[in-house]
Design a protein. Structure first.
Length: 484
């Protein structure tokens, strides 16, 4: 009989199975209680972290170590939260400030790429056929851009003052009024184009601005003895830092100097343009006196960022991109002056030279005029000018280079040039034409050359092919005998 048939053996087996089942049940209960305690732990404040085996607060706060024990860190105070917010806001402000600087530098860089580098760059003048020049051709330099690299504007659709919301009240404008029609040309646009060809009050005019000289000049586009108006473009060439314009009809054969108001090469070389009065003032000042003024539009058809001043860094120092001659240190180079001239007389004015006077009277070449100062905009203008009085705005260095005989209002002495010579190399004989022969004056007619006193006259040489004439005997001597 085997053990399986033994009743006692069966009883022992059943008893052992029951005990094993009871043990397994107790283990499962303990596991369930542990899980239940972990899920319902609302007051225990710690949980078991399987990865680090370190107690972690239930609310996520940190703990401080104190000796071998770890204590719970109390929630942050309101003061520390405020400090953290202030630090965050300060960081954001610094980032915004740095971003704005980067934007400004990028705009300046982009402006220079569009306008051309602001450093002396020599370009070939083979594009221009410089004939009959009245200025030294070796002093004509490239400005860093080619022909029409700075595009002029012709016959723009003008805006009303109300429509020109892009112009700010402190923006500088060139103001022109003729025959009852007033037009403003913001410098922020003119710096990118330099020339606007249009008609104002029925007259064909060229409004010109050279940023390197801060010179604003208005011309009648029809020269003397001509019938057709000229359409001017920007040549890309400079003389004494001043822009040289060109006649589109004549092409590369014709150059015109802005501050000389005349042609300096080409078929019209030497011809002058009529200068009309203008103002270089603030938009607020101009608009207050001419509320019906029209304005040059900002939509010019050219891809330019008119929010950027491409010459901002240039205006802030006395640095010049190119040489200038002659030059005087009577005023700092980039002092803004209002220059007035008539005939061979010239004088310049500054706001400071007028002192506390709001207006003064002056005269040149027997012709009178009035200088008016606008204290709010810090600008000057010419009023009540007699016929033959001309004016323009410019930096001092440029005004003196083209008008070295100028006087300065309020100065006791004439400005002296650097080096002691104030004769500019402006008017030389036109190249390609022979100099006219000198004619004897009426009081000193031409006469045959007399022999030097004490020397006998040179004997006349016989004409080729003729025998020499016999010598005459000297007075008191017998004649020589004739040969047989």
């Amino acid at each position: 009989m085997t053990n399986s048939d033994d009743p006692n053996s069966k009883a022992d087996s059943n008893s052992k199975a029951d005990s094993d089942s009871t043990a397994d049940s107790e283990c499962e209960n303990e596991s369930a209680e542990a899980v239940s305690d972990g899920s319902n732990n609302t007051d225990g404040k710690v949980e078991s972290d399987a990865s680090s085996h370190e107690p972690v607060p239930a609310d996520g706060s940190e703990r401080l170590e104190s000796g071998p024990f770890k204590e719970e860190l109390k929630p942050a105070s309101k003061g520390s939260i405020v400090v953290q917010w202030v630090a965050a806001l300060a960081s954001i402000a610094i980032c915004v400030w740095v971003g704005n600087l980067l934007v400004i530098y990028y705009q300046q860089w982009s402006a220079q790429r569009q306008q051309g580098p602001m450093i002396p760059v020599t370009i070939s003048r083979s594009q221009f056929i410089v004939k009959f020049a009245t200025i030294p051709t070796e002093e004509i330099v490239g400005g860093g851009v080619g022909i029409d690299g700075i595009p002029s504007i012709t016959d723009p659709e003008l805006l009303t003052a109300k429509e020109a919301d892009y112009v700010r009240k402190d923006n500088r404008v060139i103001g022109v009024e003729y025959n009852g029609e007033a037009v403003a040309f913001p410098i922020r646009v003119m710096s990118w184009h330099e020339v606007v060809n249009l008609s104002i009050g029925g007259r064909a005019l060229a409004v010109t601005y050279c940023p390197l000289c801060d010179s604003a000049v208005i011309f009648d586009r029809i020269p003397a003895d001509e019938t057709e108006p000229i359409e001017f473009g920007v040549s890309g060439l400079l003389y004494n830092n001043n822009v040289l314009l060109y006649d589109r009809a004549q092409g590369e054969d014709s150059l015109w100097a802005q501050m000389m108001a005349k042609s300096v090469s080409g078929p019209m070389s030497g011809k002058k343009l009529t200068v009309l009065p203008c103002e270089l003032t603030s938009w607020k000042s101009w608009k207050s006196r001419y509320p019906q003024t029209k304005v040059l539009p900002i939509k010019t058809g050219h891809d330019r960022d008119y929010r950027v001043d491409p010459y901002l860094s240039y205006t802030e120092t006395d640095h010049l991109n190119f040489g200038v001659y002659p030059e005087s240190k009577a005023l700092s180079r980039k002092t803004r002056v209002l220059g007035v001239w008539s005939g061979k007389e010239s004088r310049c004015y500054t706001v400071d030279s007028l002192g506390e006077n709001d207006s003064i009277s002056g005269s040149l070449d027997g012709k009178s005029f009035t200088i008016q100062v606008d204290r709010k905009s810090g600008t000057l203008r010419v009023e009540n000018a007699g016929e033959g009085i001309n004016s323009m705005y410019a930096y001092w260095f440029a005004w003196y280079a083209f008008y070295p005989k100028t006087s300065i209002y309020g100065a006791d002495e004439l400005p002296q040039p650097i080096g002691g010579n104030n004769e500019p190399p402006l008017e030389k004989p036109i190249e390609g034409e022979p100099p006219a022969p000198e004619e004897p004056t009426e009081s000193d007619p031409a006469a045959p050359e007399e022999p030097t006193e004490g020397e006998p006259p040179a004997p006349e040489e016989p004409t080729e092919g003729e025998p020499p004439a016999p010598e005459e005997p000297a007075e008191g001597e017998p004649p020589a005998p004739e040969e047989d």
